[in-house]
Design a protein around this ligand. Structure first.
Ligand code: PMP
Length: 430
């Protein structure tokens, strides 16, 4: 078992200056017995090394962006080369044009694109653009889906599909929450009820085409097509939040994989190759509403910054090589099959959702297809599982329905080592 003396001491130190000791609340987990998260020192390929010298196989992938492993030499070189030519210009660059072309070639619905700095910004702006285009205010979103921390998407469900939302965070005004209707994912009837009820008030429906935020949950056959049809018949736009899904399962978006096209798309994470990034885009006649061409304002000192453009281009060049996603799928299947065998052997009440190199283990025996089912995953068992893994060298997200992300740098040996640790945890800790 690992010891974490330095991590514990650093948590005390961090608390004195950084609010809560962390810069994002999900990092504040109770990994080392006294409420302190493990502090990492460096990351390399598929591994993390903490300040106490322990090594971990990493499946957190920084919550999604890291798909080519940590410190991939090609991305490292691209950043170093750009940095030698200047870090930030505040002017147009050829790099941003090249990168926009590359993304547009991969995801054809992006007739025009804009780069921003985070997934939050990208989603927030698509909503503004949809409101500007339709002249309407309300949006529909799906239960349990996280779309960043802007006011409008930090809203919880009302008690039914014809109810307005309630703020999910202090500081979000009730008036803002009243512009959001939340319905269950994979439930077309509730979606239609919401559209029927609010009709021409609905500017857009915001959807993760494959959910990544209560584990990996795929849409039922025909669900997204029907959402498109019903929304468009109502004069509402369809926005895909592909912040997690773009380039995760194939070279392109979930929209390519599922063969459905939204009007607008928000992206982030992987496309920055590990640097801060967001992007949004879509139909030309809608995007023309954005400044400088139209009345919807969006700007950014760091938007399209050369380091992110260079890192993003390098990352997509790695991902477009033949065989990359086959490898991720192969390792993902190996992990899924191995854990399934152990679930059966140790009679653990658990089920797995997987797509390519991303999977979620839910501690419920039901196949999870919506948020309520994901919520049924047993948090106490997850907590024992998480602690068992992290104290033996496996780093996953500290949430009972977050995905495990495999990178191009993981190997079959890493998966075998992971499976033997999962077996130890199932045998001794649950
Ligand atoms: N949308 C989705 C689907 C996300 O998963 C996230 C982040 N987890 C965001 C938006 C927000 O992105 P960021 O953290 O880069 O602001």
């Amino acid at each position: 078992m690992f010891t974490h003396e330095k991590s514990k001491a650093l948590k005390e130190e961090a608390n004195k200056t950084i609010l809560g000791g962390v810069n994002s609340p999900s990092r504040s987990y109770k990994a080392v017995g006294d409420g302190a998260p493990i502090v990492m020192d460096r990351a390399e390929g598929a591994y993390f090394y903490d300040v106490d010298g322990n090594r971990y196989i990493d499946y957190l992938g920084a919550y999604g962006p890291i798909i080519t492993g940590h410190g991939h030499p090609r991305i490292h070189e691209a950043i170093a080369e750009q940095s030698s030519k200047g870090i930030l210009y505040g002017t147009p660059t050829t790099l941003e044009i090249d990168f926009a072309k590359k993304i547009q070639e991969a995801i054809p619905s992006l007739e025009r694109v804009r780069f921003v700095n985070s997934g939050t910004e990208a989603v927030m702006t698509t909503i503004r653009v949809a409101r500007a285009y339709t002249g309407r205010n309300k949006i529909i979103k799906f239960e349990g889906c996280y779309h960043g921390h802007s006011d409008l998407v930090l809203v919880a469900a009302g008690s039914g599909p014809s109810q307005l939302g309630t703020p999910d965070s202090a500081g979000v005004p009730q008036g803002v929450a009243e512009d959001v209707i939340t319905v269950p994912f994979n439930n077309i009837e509730d979606f239609k009820t919401a559209i029927d009820h609010f009709g021409d008030e609905i500017a857009a429906v915001l959807v993760e085409p494959i959910v990544g935020n209560f584990g990996i949950v795929e849409p039922f056959e025909g669900f997204l097509e029907e959402v498109n049809q019903v929304a468009h018949d109502n004069g509402s736009l369809v926005i895909y939040d592909e912040v997690i899904t773009a380039f995760r399962f194939m070279y392109g978006g979930a929209q390519n994989l599922l063969n459905v096209e939204p009007d607008l798309t928000a992206m982030g994470k992987i496309i920055g190759g590990g640097t801060p990034i967001g992007a949004y885009g879509g139909r030309l006649d809608i995007m023309e509403n954005v400044a400088p061409l139209g009345p919807a304002y969006q700007a950014g000192t760091m938007a399209g910054n050369p380091l992110s453009m260079a890192a993003g281009l390098a990352c997509l060049e790695i991902l477009e090589k033949p065989g990359v996603y086959d490898k991720l799928d192969h390792l993902g299947k190996m992990l899924e099959d191995g854990i399934t065998e152990l679930i059966n052997k140790y009679e653990v009440k658990a089920s797995i959702n997987r797509l390519a190199g991303a999977l979620t283990i839910y501690f419920t025996d039901k196949k999870v297809t919506d948020y309520n089912m994901a919520e049924e995953s047993d948090g106490e068992i997850f907590s024992k599982f998480f602690n068992g893994l992290i104290h033996r060298g496996i780093n996953i997200a500290p949430s009972k329905y977050e995905a495990w992300f495999i990178t191009t740098e993981h190997t079959e040996d890493d998966i075998k080592e992971t499976l033997s640790i999962v077996e130890e945890v199932f045998k001794n800790d649950l």
